[in-house]
Design a protein around this ligand. Structure first.
Ligand code: GTR
Length: 327
């Protein structure tokens, strides 16, 4: 398994550094990741671990456990509250279930583009979103790209919002996803990421929604027939560490962790961009019909009820206005 390889590399680096600098007390850090080892998020997390180990002279040895080996996102979020896991990359919108203000980054069509999204999360709004995570024992150090999520189906193509109605669509287990799918009249079916492939195969669900790299990494393109590029959700993913760990760090180490996170995000975003293109090609090559949505406005209009459901307090409204004001 890949993480053992990189763990060995980090341990060897730590040992080599210890030989030069004298004995160091290494602190192992456990990282949670839902994706397979060669996914852009996974490679970003590996980079984060390597940089932290290197720049702290092996005093911290982060290792990432891929493929949801440490549980699904909900379980991992829970484990972070009692420091069972030290760092992770979480879907920002899914964090809305533990830190309500985070729902704002999971509102359908809230970001105008990838550039707009990064201008928001890399700026002062991102800093405030990180502060909102404190009660959940998390600090967000950097943000990763997760592209845009679109619907895909096995039998019935989706060309207009009305085509979603009545279809049993898998969504991640979080309010923003359920509300988005239900706004279009779908029979929203929350389920863990790993369960989607067999459920598509056996007809337990009619479809799901995700970005092209995830469609391919989970082999969903082998069982679906239609992929509708409605791009209803563009949700950034947060590289978080526990607040317990963060508060225990010296100022110098905080800077090392933050810089390592930002550099890992730079790599992840570059890899993401490349993967998005190759993934869409792979989906087409598998014979899936790509349905372009020239005018997304009918989908945007249909999201009114999701906004009403998700904007539950004035704080989310303030965040929404601030996001809209960012260029
Ligand atoms: C992926 C995303 C994960 C999770 C997953 C899912 O694209 O990176 O955070 O949301 O989809 O659908 O469960």
């Amino acid at each position: 398994m890949k993480h053992f390889g990189s763990l060995t590399k980090i341990l060897l680096t730590a040992a080599a550094l210890a030989a030069v600098a004298g004995p160091v007390e290494a602190r192992d850090l456990r990282g949670w990741n839902v994706h397979v080892p060669d996914y852009p998020v996974s490679l970003g997390m590996e980079k984060f671990g390597e940089l932290v180990a290197e720049r702290t002279n092996g005093r911290f040895v982060p290792s990432t456990f891929h493929s949801a080996e440490l549980g699904n996102q909900q379980q991992a979020v829970e484990q972070m509250t009692f420091d069972g896991i030290d760092f992770a990359v979480f879907n920002g919108g899914q964090l809305g279930d533990v830190a309500p203000a985070l729902k704002v980054v999971g509102l359908p069509y809230v970001f105008r583009s990838t550039e707009h999204m990064f201008n928001v999360v890399d700026g002062e709004v991102g800093k405030r979103l990180s502060d909102e995570l404190a009660p959940a024992n998390m600090v967000a150090l950097a943000w990763y790209d997760a592209g845009a999520r679109s619907f895909y189906t096995v039998e019935k193509p989706i060309k207009t919002p009305a085509d979603v109605a009545g279809q049993k669509i898998r969504v991640p287990n979080a309010e923003i996803f359920v509300a988005t799918a239900e706004a279009l009249g779908a029979n929203a079916t929350p389920m863990a990421f790993a369960e989607v492939f067999p459920s598509l195969q056996t007809g337990v669900i009619d479809g799901a929604e995700n970005n092209p790299p995830s469609v391919v990494s989970t082999r969903h393109h082998e069982v679906i027939k239609y992929y509708t590029l409605d791009e209803h959700l563009r949700v950034p993913e947060a590289l978080v560490v526990t607040k317990t760990l963060w508060d225990s760090l010296s100022d110098e180490d905080k800077q090392i962790f933050r810089e390592a996170a930002v550099e890992s995000a730079e790599l992840q975003r570059k890899l993401w961009h490349e993967r998005e293109e190759t993934a869409l090609e792979a989906i087409k090559a598998a014979g899936v019909e790509i349905i372009e949505v020239a005018d997304k406005q009918p989908f945007v209009d249909a999201m009114d009820s999701a906004y009403k459901q998700l904007i539950t307090d004035p704080k989310i409204e303030v965040f929404l206005k601030d996001i809209q004001a960012v260029q």
